[in-house]
Design a protein around this ligand. Structure first.
Ligand code: ADP
Length: 470
């Protein structure tokens, strides 16, 4: 099959979160299964762009409302990622450093989608499946079916994967003229609650919809930021396929970012050396259990509960543990977490910002990773942590529920709790501290988690089955 993935992010070209990891890895596994895979992303001005060689593949133009845009499609020359990577450039819209958070994101991603569909309509042949990811590309199935200029694409099967249903790309009806001339009888396929809702449109128009874990799929019929009824109605074409991880990148034995490589055989000693370096760098005590948090500092991740939970745990357990935080997001929370560095010297530290290398060092050197998420479609951090023998402490939700078994259960290796509350987090930290001092159980838990296979092997095949079903 010829499969074309369209996404806002793709690691290592451009990454904000888990979406990039998935779009940077799944295609490689699909290619290895014998399919021909292309990935298309906006031409973000990132280091990867400047460090690689590109060739121009296509040039074209399109209208968006009153504006006329020219676009260029370039292709990475040496197939470095193991699949064909294409970037779309639109002068004035996509020539930016960051992936999101610009005021004109609606215009930027609408234009990106029109350019991709326009390019596809110029092909001499048809791909077997067009696979779009999240709301930034979710208008593509509608455009392929209902924009007059692109109707020759209408019969190509489409798949929408939802990595996060919280963000839906809402745009007012006053922007409906941005879309290339479309069949106005079909307005209902764009609308949800009186606005154009690209994610809802993708759910209505795609041939199949998938989410990144089975439990998240179940949860969406009761909590989906306003789309619950739509998920209930479209249930028949929706399924959950658990994300895998790139086990070549996330491998304690070969990871070049970490100080000391280790395997299951020497995990205790290996972790100790990495922990020593981490604790030295951040002024923490190597003899105490180290709890980390890595991720976006947003309500979805329940990052707002961290200051209270950490304060509570240190106070009630007499500073028996250390904390290290890496993340960026809500500016007030960033300030609060940074200010705590002065308050809890020797027990707590934080680094605000994005740091891939430090993230690897933290997975390797920490004892526990905290993931109290209110919403977690799949979550990759817990799977990465497990590869490094770091115990995941997670709320039972979405993909966390599907990938972590509490160490109190047969075959378990993590700590699970039910509610995103300060009390549940502190109680789980308490359980972690006890586990840390029970060296025999901790060693068994580490062995078990490092043997879990979360690679893409089986999930990549499930996507192929999904394509074949359409
Ligand atoms: P989400 O996509 O919702 O942010 P995931 O758990 O699916 O969450 O993926 C998060 C990815 O981003 C992981 O690879 C994690 O290590 C990485 N990450 C998040 N924040 C940071 C940061 N501040 N520094 C380095 N890596 C980060």
């Amino acid at each position: 099959m010829e499969i074309i993935h369209i996404s806002a992010e793709c690691y290592p070209m451009a990454k904000v979160g888990g979406l990039a990891d998935v779009v940077g890895t799944l295609p490689r596994y699909q290619q290895e299964l014998g399919h021909y895979v292309k990935v298309v992303v906006p031409m973000h001005r990132t280091k990867f762009l400047y460090d690689h060689e590109w060739v121009v593949d296509h040039k074209g133009s399109f209208g968006m409302g009153p504006f006329q845009y020219e676009y260029t499609i370039i292709k990475e020359k040496h197939n470095t990622l193991g699949f064909d990577l294409y970037c779309v450039d639109i002068f004035g819209l996509l020539d930016r450093e960051k992936v999101y958070t610009y005021e004109d994101d609606t215009e930027r991603f609408t234009a990106f989608q029109i350019a991709v569909v326009d390019w596809l309509s110029n092909w001499q042949h048809r791909p077997d499946v067009v696979h779009v990811h999240d709301h930034h590309t979710a208008l593509i199935p509608f455009m392929m079916q209902h924009c007059f200029a692109y109707r020759q694409l209408a019969s190509i099967p489409t798949v929408l994967t939802i990595h996060n249903a919280q963000y839906q790309g809402w745009m007012g009806w006053d922007k409906s003229h941005y879309l290339p001339a479309w069949d106005s009888w079909q307005w209902g396929k764009l609308d949800w609650n009186d606005t154009i809702n690209p994610l809802a449109s993708g759910i209505k128009c795609a041939s199949k919809v998938s989410t990144v874990s089975p439990s998240y799929m179940e949860e969406l019929t009761s909590t989906a930021n306003g789309l619950e009824k739509l998920f209930e109605y479209e249930r028949g074409k929706c399924s959950g396929i658990l994300n895998g991880i790139d086990t070549t990148v996330w491998n304690a034995l070969t990871d070049t970012y970490i100080l000391d490589n280790f395997s299951e055989a020497d995990v205790d000693a290996g972790k100790q050396l990495n922990k020593k370096k981490l604790c030295q760098d951040f002024g923490l005590d190597i003899n105490k259990p180290l709890f980390i948090f890595i991720g976006r500092l947003v309500a979805e991740k329940a990052a707002d509960l961290l200051p209270l939970a950490i304060g509570d745990a240190l106070y009630h357990m007499n500073n028996k543990m250390n904390f290290l935080i890496l993340g960026s997001g809500d500016p007030d929370l960033e300030k609060q977490l940074a200010a705590m560095n002065q308050h809890y010297v020797g027990y707590y530290n934080s680094q605000i910002g994005y740091n891939e290398k430090l993230a690897h060092q933290m997975y390797a050197g920490a004892d526990f990773i905290l993931m109290p998420s209110r919403v977690e479609p799949c979550g990759l951090n817990q799977m990465y942590a497990m590869r490094y023998g770091t115990v995941p402490v997670v709320r039972s939700t979405g993909g966390l529920k599907d990938t972590v078994i509490d160490f109190g259960e047969p075959g378990g290796f993590g700590i699970r709790f039910n509610s995103a509350s300060v009390w549940d987090i502190t109680y789980s930290i308490h359980r972690g501290v006890d586990l840390y001092h029970d060296k025999e159980t901790l060693a068994a838990v580490r062995q078990r988690m490092m043997q879990v296979d979360n690679s893409w092997q089986s999930s990549a095949g499930k996507y192929i089955n999904l394509y074949q079903s359409i």
